[in-house]
Design a binder for this molecule. Structure first.
Ligand code: NOJ
Length: 560
């Protein structure tokens, strides 16, 4: 029998350079036991869908025991399974079944912070100031009279100061601990040898169980400035022209690279590639690709591509600079259109693209901008073909293959994202892209859970079934069939995946490139149809005029 490991033994070790990785947010994918929250057995039941879709790997957001203050990114045990999601036996069965279908499994590791319920943090609270237990986190005395002010000016990503104050055993207000995210997510101290040992042991624990890789949460945040210097207004990402040697005190500190060199050595000690993908928000390409040097991470998410508006000039520039920077370190690029933190592409591209502001592409940033969802859908379909034709690997966030829109009208009281509470409701957070998936046209949760089971953990819109897998199956004009067709061509075409491209000048509003042997991708971002070169159409994101490519449409061509 051909297994993944036997394929690796036969030399198929570079799969990750071209892989299409499907992201599964386990709470929202499929609910097998009917409690309203997705689970591992739900994922198992849908593996045939993924095999039919044609993806190479799945990345599963954290499935470890967690109080769920940040949907699993607050981990209380890195080497076990959260009971809401299932058991270790379920997880092992999932890995075996995925592997049998030729699908690799990538987990999510959260090394910047633990849950406040992690035994280490509980011990640190109990042990008091100056104790070895507190040294594994970042505890400091406060500033000002009585130590009543946070130790520095750092801000939490979820709003407010990045510090929380503890009450000491004698009942008095005591030290402060750093938490760049929610108060229940204390940052660990990467200067401490126990922290290195703990995380390296967790990597091994899962590699020993056959896991193929890890997505690394907030990879650019682990190391903090030794003196915890104030940010003092320094912008991040660092603007162009920032003098050499000026670094942000808690993002992208140079010391972080040593951690990943050690992790790479752990991964490389296994047979067959065990790979890393960094979640790294650092702006400039060369800062990103510094993480991808040959002895560091294998890949990183390309957020610059995700953040680029649907404008030919912006996309051309991003693609060109991405490819140049990755080539310089010998790493493959990745192409990312969405994930569980950002507004879904259909709804993002529905906004007037010359008015979307730069920066983190959350729904919050689009409120107030009119949405043309038909245009959003056309563009998201074209963007899918573009991203799957570019050199390197690609990510597909569950539901992108169905063209799900962002659910924008979840009532504030139903929203679960800690960002909502952290900002006092000023930021409506990230729930809109996390709404449980529709699998069937009707039923109490559109097939997310068993009919009559508990209501899904986030409310689904009443018309959610129209985007379901069942509604799209067999419809050649659907998102699902577009993704299937594209992945099927990609899987068999020698020009696609890792490699290079050559731009073709087809006008300022057209992205056109060829790849050898004999492949062309044409994307029209203008308003008028443009001529296509002679060639056989392999896949198109929408109906083609007579030899012409309509606005907001992409086509893949077999060129002579
Ligand atoms: C990035 C994750 O993608 C996000 O969902 C989470 O809230 C933060 N890191 C904190 O872990």
């Amino acid at each position: 029998m051909t297994t993944l490991r036997s394929r690796e033994a036969a030399g198929d070790t570079d799969w990750w350079r071209s892989a299409v990785v499907y992201q599964i947010y386990p709470r929202s994918f499929a609910d097998d036991n009917g409690d309203g929250v997705g689970d591992i057995n739900g994922i198992r039941s849908r593996l045939p869908h993924l095999a039919r879709l044609g993806v190479d790997a799945i990345w599963i957001n954290p499935w470890y025991p967690s109080p769920m203050k940040d949907a699993g990114y607050d981990v209380s045990d890195y080497r076990a399974i959260e009971p809401v999601f299932g058991t270790m036996a379920d997880a092992e069965a999932l890995m075996a079944e995925a592997h049998a279908l030729g699908i690799r499994v990538i987990l999510d590791i959260v090394p910047n912070h633990t849950s406040d319920q992690h035994p280490w943090f509980q011990a640190a609270l109990a042990a008091g100031p100056g104790s070895p237990e507190r040294a594994r986190y970042i505890f400091r005395d406060g500033r000002g009279p009585g130590g009543d002010l946070p130790p520095n000016d750092w801000r939490s990503e979820f709003g407010g100061p990045a510090w929380s104050r503890v009450t000491e055993a004698d009942g008095r207000p005591g030290q402060w601990y750093l938490r760049l995210f929610a108060p229940e997510q204390p940052d660990v101290n990467w200067d401490h040898p126990d922290v290195h040992a703990e995380f390296e042991q967790s990597l091994r624990f899962w590699f020993d169980r056959g896991v193929d890789g890890f997505r690394i949460d907030v990879a650019h945040g682990l190391v903090k400035d030794a003196g915890l210097a104030d940010v003092a207004g320094l912008e991040f990402p660092l603007p162009d022209g920032t003098p050499e040697g000026v670094e942000h005190p808690h993002w992208d500190q140079p010391g972080v690279h040593d951690i990943f060199r050690r992790w790479r050595a752990v991964a490389d000690s296994y047979d067959g590639p065990r790979v890393f993908c960094g979640e790294i928000w650092v702006g400039r390409d060369h800062r990103l690709t510094a993480y991808l040097r040959p002895d560091e991470l294998h890949t990183a998410f390309n957020f610059n591509f995700l953040m680029a508006p649907w404008l030919a000039s912006a996309l051309r520039e991003t693609i060109t600079s991405t490819l140049a920077a990755h080539a310089a370190v010998g790493a493959p690029a990745t192409w990312v259109l969405g994930n569980h933190d950002v507004c879904r592409p259909v709804s993002r591209y529905a906004r007037p693209q010359d008015r979307v502001r730069e920066g983190f592409p959350s729904l919050q940033g689009y409120l107030g901008l009119p949405a043309d969802l038909d245009a959003g859908r056309r563009r998201a379909r074209a963007a899918a073909l573009l991203s799957l034709a570019l050199p390197g690997g690609a990510y597909v966030f569950a539901g992108e293959e169905l063209g799900l829109p962002e659910v924008e009208d979840i009532p504030l009281e139903a929203r679960q994202d800690p960002m909502v509470a952290g900002t006092g409701g000023a930021n409506i957070g990230r729930d809109g892209c996390r709404v449980p998936l529709p699998w069937t046209t009707d039923g109490s949760s559109f097939g997310f859970g068993p009919d009559g089971g508990a209501a899904p953990w986030l409310p689904q819109p009443p018309d959610w079934g129209r985007w379901s897998t069942a509604a799209q199956e067999g419809d050649p004009a659907s998102f699902l069939e577009l993704y299937r067709a594209a992945l099927s061509v990609r899987g068999g075409h020698p020009a696609l995946g890792d490699g290079a491209l050559a731009w073709v000048d087809a006008g300022p509003d057209v992205l056109a490139f060829t790849r050898e042997p004999g492949f062309g991708c044409w994307v029209n971002l203008g308003t008028d149809p443009v001529p296509l070169p002679a060639g056989r159409v392999l896949v198109a994101s929408g109906p083609l005029g007579d030899g012409a490519l309509p606005a907001d449409t992409a086509a893949w061509l077999a060129l002579g």
